[in-house]
Design a protein around this ligand. Structure first.
Ligand SMILES: [Zn+2]
Length: 216
């Protein structure tokens, strides 16, 4: 189920397209994920994708460049999704948009925004994950910091460098990952950079995936 931000003036449009009203949540929603693409104008503008059914949490080990000790770091992953970036080509590209609906592999997406509140509580409680300013990007965001010396572990070094913990190109690195699954009650529009890598199909096959009991 996907919740929609429909203003009062637009409610007839949404209804005509098949949206329904949830009186308890006081929100319009759409049930059938095959139809989500019709409603993309009513999800937050910054969203790149809608994560469907599951959100994954990846825990990796990274050697801190400052203190030299190993620290835990986290990233996110997604299997089923809808790509929102192609909204302008809706008519022509319906298949393309819904391409990720039956995707089984988990793709690492790195940081996401916004992070649902319950997950944020869990992360800030369990990890040294917090709001930090980055000189490289010139903004503040939730970021990984060293468990030992608290220094910021930049996203580029965690996700894009060849020796980073979430850049998986061999079984040894795969074995050092912990993967957790969070079942989504509502599908989740997110700002996230989807990455595709050759090892993505092996996460479910070779890693133990533990369900996290976080209700969102
Ligand atoms: Zn450190």
């Amino acid at each position: 189920m996907l919740l929609l931000n429909v203003s009062y003036n637009e409610k007839d449009d949404a209804k005509k397209l098949g949206a329904r009203w949830n009186p308890k949540l006081k929100k319009w929603y759409v049930e059938n994920k095959e139809d989500y693409y019709k409603f993309m104008k009513w999800i937050p503008e910054e969203a790149d994708i809608v994560a469907i059914e599951n959100l994954y949490l990846f825990e990796g080990i990274h050697r801190c460049f400052r203190c030299g000790k190993e620290t835990r770091v986290i990233g996110f992953g997604i299997d089923k999704y809808i790509n929102v970036c192609f909204i302008e080509d809706l008519e022509e590209d319906r298949d393309y948009i819904n391409d990720g609906l039956n995707n089984e592999d988990i793709h690492i997406v790195g940081p996401i925004y916004p992070i649902p509140e319950k997950i944020l509580e869990y992360l800030t409680d369990k990890y040294n994950y917090k709001m930090r300013y980055s000189k490289t990007t010139g903004d503040s965001a939730m970021r990984n910091c060293c468990d030992h010396c608290d220094v910021l572990q930049g996203d580029f070094f965690l996700f894009d460098e060849v020796d980073s913990p979430f850049f998986i190109d061999n079984d040894e690195k795969l074995k050092r990952l912990k993967i957790f699954r969070i079942k989504l009650k509502h599908d989740l529009p997110l700002q996230a950079a989807m990455g595709f890598a050759s090892y993505d199909e092996l996460f479910k096959e070779k890693c133990e995936i533990v369900d996290l009991d976080i209700e969102i």
